[in-house]
Design a protein. Sequence first.
Length: 255
Amino acid sequence: MLGLLFMSDFTEAVKIITPLAAPLIKVLIENVAVPAVKNAYQSISTAVKAEQIDVSEHFSEYLLRTYARLSFVNTLVFPNQQVKLIDIYVPLRIAPSDNRSFIHKVDKWKPDIIEKYGKMMLIDTAGMGKSTLLKWFFLQIVDSAYKIPIFLELRSIRSGKSIIDRIIEDLSQFDRPFPRELFLALMKNGNFVFLFDGYDEIALEERERVTGELQDFSARSSENKLIISSRKDPALSCFGDFQAFFILPLRKEEV
């Protein structure tokens, strides 16, 4: 049965998803996040260590909140409601821009492509599924306990905030900010998969600044995996160290 949810009821989404997601997130925290934090603490200042912040709680809250939010998507068939992504996901096909004959069907999470390229750009035209695919990647990365996934909508970067500012905001709790120094140490050690959605949706007045931010972030996070989604845009040519993949149209039997 198709899972439906009124668009405004995020609390209900959390209730629905928690029994499924919580055990998976627990495995990721225990097997990936906790060892990564212990390793990162070796290279950070005594002041940060003295705070004794339980960052596993930060990660657990962020991952559960984001997992619930990304698990439901809007559709034209059910206006003003959302459906579970897993109920409607049709495996998409992607092909590298420099070899259209190499077609990869994204029907299950396999880290081989992202391990091979490290940095990927998912490009499509309107409505072909780039954002849905990026959300699906987040869910699958959590399910497989591959790395710590961070999902960020690039249009949310405004008012002079940096990419790192926005990520730390998402990882922070109301009364306890996530230690910036610890995040930078984790990033340096390559513990993340960054999923940045909608380059083409960045506000025009912010485009040049955020593009520079992305280039700098990419250079600083070379040990991590990074995927950016966008519609076709001439400005994408400045990301020369990314492997571009085009999302191919659905075939008749897939519609």
